[in-house]
Design a protein around this ligand. Sequence first.
Ligand code: 7PM
Length: 288
Amino acid sequence: MQTTQSDTKCSDTKIVSRHPIYQQNVPIIMGILNVTPDSFSDGSKFNQRDKAIAHAEQMLVDGADIIDIGGESTRPGAAEVSVNQELDRVIPIIEKVKSLGAKISIDTSKPEVMLAAAKAGADMLNDVRALSMPGALDAAVASQLPVCLMHMQGMPQTMQKNPNYSQVVSEVLAYLKQRVDCCVKAGLARALLSVDPGFGFGKTLQHNLQLLQHLNQFKQLGLPVLAGLSRKSMLGQITGREVDDRLAGSLAVALIAMQNGAAILRVHDVKQTLDVKKIFLALQSVSK
Ligand code: 7PM
């Protein structure tokens, strides 16, 4: 039988052609830049903007490969944000962070924001609703940008009320497979897509642990897997620590996610996660 490049197997991973934003054997670090207004801050809009830019600059110095900019809070129970509010928050930041030479991902579910972000220079779309809002799929196709499709059960306002699965891993996998097929049908090349089980989005601690333990299974889609675990409440449930005190927990799960095949780590603490990544790569470089 003839063997071609495309059906060659590399250890346990299928080689699929990928957009250059995704790296093949090295996990990339996505730094989180939240531009939702801090209700406890009395800083002006411009003050907040300057703070966000400074934070992005620091994450780039620390080694972030891409900055994920989000203006819509997906916190359980959070108020919805209008299109104009979200545009007003994220577009000036995208323009400025882009001018620093950074790669940018936009964390949004709104087609208007996807299109405006693409025009402003975004390099990737990150949608916790997996392009399920009306018009989102068309906007993504029009942008021709790489897209991360995330799984969520329910809506942010209510998703943590009563998460329910008979088999969380296979159900989340089936959902992502269906969204991937839908995207490909609509005109997004597979090479553009990545997937994310959506830790904390309509999941109990047990569900989140199952997903982390079996993260490797998500590689069967042949797409890069993104893991967003940084400072999440599952870490608080395990360690008893408040959100600002979850660094050690975040680094522990970042390492486990890398060992279980994560290609993208979405994190707050870029500098420390880069050290963990270096440890992971050093260990990977010795033959098994
Ligand atoms: C409040 C609660 C604020 C939760 C922010 C959050 C993910 C994401 C978020 C993720 C992908 C957070 C979340 N989480 N996008 N956006 N994957 N792809 O903890 O896990 O950062 S927002």
